[in-house]
Design a protein around this ligand. Structure first.
Ligand code: DC
Length: 221
């Protein structure tokens, strides 16, 4: 049986940075499940799907073939054979991903793919429902959090570095609203699995968080 580390948590807690670092050190494959929801969202946008039309989303998602390959240590997402890595990190795709990821048919399709990947190889997988739904039997589950203010400051710094004007209070407000939406949605809400260990990264360095997770993993095997 292959090994896994399941990392869940709210946006901005540092999941992908940490998951990449941990996977490299352990020689596992990093699986970014958010990228799959984003690739699906890109498909739905291209099909001019209304984000509030659940029936259309359920119908159209069946025609999106999403696959993952690992090339030079990077996860590459293919949508119907096209490498879409460079197209899925926009605000528009993020908003569509947030709306369409509440759809049960979208989730069913992507969860199946995620489970298949984890069955084939050792993975560090991050998302919102990995410990609860995708890999409920994983022996190493982490719920990575940070205070809304710390997450807002991280986001603020990223935007300023990109030369974008922004307001810290507004960013924190958006984060709190997004958390609320993710935690209260009907299907697969963001929540800590009963057997997950909560790691609060607010006052930790990236290095400290990675070490903590590797220790948890070593203890779990
Ligand atoms: O982590 P991210 O921002 O790239 O995720 C994009 C969207 O997909 C986000 O709105 C939450 C959703 N998502 C999800 O519902 N389940 C996952 N396992 C991963 C992401």
């Amino acid at each position: 049986m292959s090994n896994s580390i399941a990392i869940d948590g709210p946006a901005g807690a540092g999941k992908s940075t940490i998951a990449k670092m941990v996977s490299k050190r352990l020689g596992f494959i990093y699986v970014d499940t958010g990228a799959m929801y984003r690739a699906m969202a890109l498909y739905l946008l291209r099909e001019n799907t209304d984000k509030n039309d659940a029936a259309a989303i359920s119908d159209k998602c069946q025609n999106a073939d999403i696959t993952i390959k690992h090339e030079n240590g990077e996860q590459v997402v293919y949508l119907n054979g096209e490498n879409v890595n460079g197209l899925i990190r926009t605000e528009e795709v993020g908003n569509m991903a947030s709306a369409s990821s509440v759809n049960g048919d979208v989730r069913k399709k992507l969860v199946e793919l995620q489970q298949k990947l984890a069955a084939e190889t050792d993975v560090v997988m991050d998302g919102r429902d990995i410990g609860t739904v995708v890999l409920p039997d994983s022996k190493c589950k982490v719920y990575l959090t940070a205070s809304s203010m710390v997450r807002a400051k991280r986001r603020y710094k990223e935007l300023i570095a990109k030369g974008q004007e922004c307001d810290l209070e507004k960013i924190e407000q958006d984060i709190i609203e997004r958390d609320n939406r993710d935690m209260t949605r009907e299907i697969s809400p963001l929540k800590k699995a009963d057997d997950a260990v909560e790691v609060d990264s607010s006052n930790m360095t990236i290095e400290e968080v990675a070490e903590t997770i590797i220790e948890l993993y070593n203890k779990s095997i």
